[in-house]
Write a protein that binds this ligand. Sequence first.
Ligand SMILES: [Zn+2]
Ligand SMILES: [Zn+2]
Length: 78
Amino acid sequence: MEKKVCVRCGKPLPEKAEKCPECGEAVLPEDLRCPKCGSEKVFAISGLSKAATVAKWGIFSIGKAKADYRCKDCGHRF
Ligand SMILES: [Zn+2]
Ligand SMILES: [Zn+2]
């Protein structure tokens, strides 16, 4: 099986890591698809924009900021 590495910093990732322990970049599940259109062209919204959301809306927005994938085809966020 192929070892997963972080898309941002290239460090190896633990088996079920949701984000990189090194830089905090979100890790995409291998079989991730858009729940709306089924497209595989899904990308993680960067930790940076999420941090900005938290800075803007405060700690209570963290649950909301969990929707952090975006479909390139239909623009759906999930
Ligand atoms: Zn990383
Ligand atoms: Zn989609």
